[in-house]
Design a protein. Structure first.
Length: 252
């Protein structure tokens, strides 16, 4: 026995708030007032209930709503990426622009033939890759700035100078203070090494995203179904560590 598909809340709301539906419903209410009869309003309410129960289930209506939602989502994403690109260094801005072109090329190739819900979800996830790449680029620049600050005031040199002062100092109180300062400087040395490792991780992820996307674009025919999902999930896995890296930078 077949099961009826329940209309999603988003489809029902769109059906109700559509311009023509509100005009017809309001018109029936005004006509009912003008004619001093409840019949036009009752007919309008009946037609409204029929529309809300049938309209959101129509494939053509759902396609139109999905297309409108996709257009709005893409417009917000474009605004976010363009705004973020202006704040990036030229090197990262160029890489992000090239990545966006490759994403658009893959989407253009795939959208015509990929109709299944899981395939549409995969394409929508691939669209978000630009935002994830932008986030990693920003993070890379933050790490680079911290490393440059440490390069200008090398913690190794600070630790060495403090060690000499500690060896020459006779006062116990000052020796204790210098000892604490040495420990702090040594911690900065460790943080500098960790920052360097994390920045190399970010660069590796950026490169893997670019190479994976180029590989996907270079295929003569894009995979379908599980193959496409696997390819996109593999690409997105490289972009999913930004939050953890940001948290670690905050701790450092």
């Amino acid at each position: 026995m077949s099961t009826a598909i329940a209309p999603a809340p988003g489809y029902v709301a769109t059906a109700f708030y559509s311009q023509y539906n509100l005009i017809l419903l309001g018109g029936s209410a005004l006509f009912s007032l003008a004619s001093a009869s409840a019949l036009p309003l009752a007919v309008g309410v009946g037609l409204e209930l029929l529309w809300l129960s049938v309209g959101p289930l129509l494939p053509a209506f759902r396609r139109r709503v999905d297309a409108q939602a996709d257009a709005e989502r893409r417009a917000r994403l474009d605004d976010e990426v363009m705004l973020g690109m202006h704040a990036l260094a030229p090197e990262h801005a160029t890489r992000l622009r090239a990545l966006g072109q490759n994403v658009s090329w893959v989407l253009l190739r795939a959208e015509g033939s990929f109709k299944a819900p899981e395939e549409r979800a995969a394409l929508a996830e691939l669209e978000q890759l630009r935002s994830s790449f932008l986030r990693l680029c920003r993070l890379d620049e933050r790490f680079a700035q911290r490393l440059e600050e440490m390069r200008l005031a090398p913690p190794e040199q600070e630790a060495a100078q403090l060690a000499l002062a500690y060896a020459a100092e006779k006062d116990i109180g000052l020796r204790f203070t210098l000892h604490q300062a040495i420990k702090l400087a040594q911690r900065k040395v460790e943080q500098q090494a960790r920052l360097g490792d994390l920045r190399r991780q970010i660069e590796l992820k950026l490169s893997l995203i670019e190479q994976s996307l180029l590989h996907l674009r270079g295929q003569e025919q894009l995979g379908a179904g599980a193959d496409l999902l696997r390819d996109i999930q593999g690409i997105m896995s490289h972009a999913g560590a930004a939050a953890a890296l940001e948290a670690e930078l905050g701790e450092i």
